[in-house]
Design a protein around this ligand. Structure first.
Ligand SMILES: C[S@@+](CC[C@H](N)C(=O)[O-])C[C@H]1O[C@@H](n2cnc3c(N)ncnc32)[C@H](O)[C@@H]1O
Length: 294
């Protein structure tokens, strides 16, 4: 089975007992929305996209609900296994599906890096390399249908925070030392807009009309101060929206916000939520959640 080392290493770097502790209020709030949605709408199946180490949903509580089919998906099989073991879930009762949402067997970043590192290539040549790279990725995604991998249509799809990570983080990590990175960094961001749109369209296709998507996305990274440790949750919606708007005026709309704006175009918003995701002792993310109906 093909796995990608970048995401494997990232997921492996997280110590589960610590993460479980830090994520507690974030996980409980998200789990509450999921359980309420399943109960109120009488849903029978849930699929989780970007499930990773299974730390941001309380899988034990979902698992203990009656008559619910659970599918977890990610590129990283080992992370899912770690999560299943952590919650002591019976493996045969969880449908585990490992696939790359971008439909690529190999994402050619190493080859791209070697070409970009050539000190004699011009700005124009560097730009052509990136455009060709994204063209090949798009050609692969186009032929990918998520339900073909999963095997059935779910009634609720939960998308864990992934827009800021999907391909972009890996490209940035692996190419930022390249001689020509300054020529291509804006182009990579622009190209990510199309990738996220293609990803979202595939998520929406996973469900039937009238069914639900709960999408989570990290919008702003923050450092944890003594004050924010004491007041873990900031739940004044107007204040949060003001903070996001000020941030976006300075830095522009990030991929995390863009992913949500884009998926709204294909669905109807039922409810929005804000969470503080304490990632470790120093960092936290402001996460926005949208409960959507197709
Ligand atoms: C920020 S994590 C979400 C946290 C995760 N739910 C947890 O509890 O550990 C995003 C997840 O997306 C997965 N991912 C990133 N790119 C992917 C891709 N192209 N295909 C499938 N999964 C991908 C990563 O492996 C990672 O587990």
């Amino acid at each position: 089975m093909y796995t990608d080392n970048f995401y494997e290493n990232l997921n492996k770097s997280i110590e589960l007992n610590q993460a479980y502790k830090y994520y507690t209020s974030y996980r409980n709030n998200i789990t509450e929305v999921i359980i309420n949605t399943i109960t109120e709408k009488k849903l029978k199946s849930i699929t989780i996209i970007g499930a990773g180490n299974l730390m941001d949903i309380d899988y034990r509580r979902i698992y203990e609900m009656n008559d619910i089919k659970i599918t977890v998906t990610d590129i990283d099989a080992e992370a899912i296994d770690r999560g299943i073991k952590f919650y002591e879930l019976e493996e045969s009762k969880i449908n585990k599906v490992v696939f790359n949402y971008l439909g690529v067997e190999s994402n050619f970043i190493e080859t791209l890096k070697i070409k970009l590192d050539n000190p004699i290539i011009s700005e124009e040549e560097a730009i052509i390399l990136i455009k060709d790279y994204f063209k090949s990725i798009k050609n692969r995604i186009i032929t990918t249908t998520y339900n073909d991998n999963i095997g059935y249509k779910s009634e609720l799809v939960v998308v864990c925070p992934i827009y800021t990570q999907l391909l972009y983080q890996e490209l940035q990590h692996k190419l930022k030392e390249s001689n020509n990175y300054h020529y291509i960094k804006d182009l990579i961001l622009q190209e990510m807009i199309y990738i996220i749109d293609m990803f979202n369209q595939r998520i929406v296709k996973m469900i039937s009309k009238g069914k639900y998507i709960f999408v989570l996305s990290d919008i702003i990274e923050k450092s944890i101060t003594k004050k924010s440790k004491e007041h873990t949750i900031i739940f004044k919606k107007e204040e949060i929206e003001e903070e996001i708007s000020t941030y976006e005026k300075t830095y522009g709309v990030g991929l995390g916000s863009y992913g949500l704006i884009n998926i709204e175009e294909y669905t109807k918003v039922i409810q929005d939520y804000y969470y503080q995701w304490n990632f470790d002792s120093n960092r936290s993310f402001l996460v926005k959640g949208l409960l959507l109906m197709k």
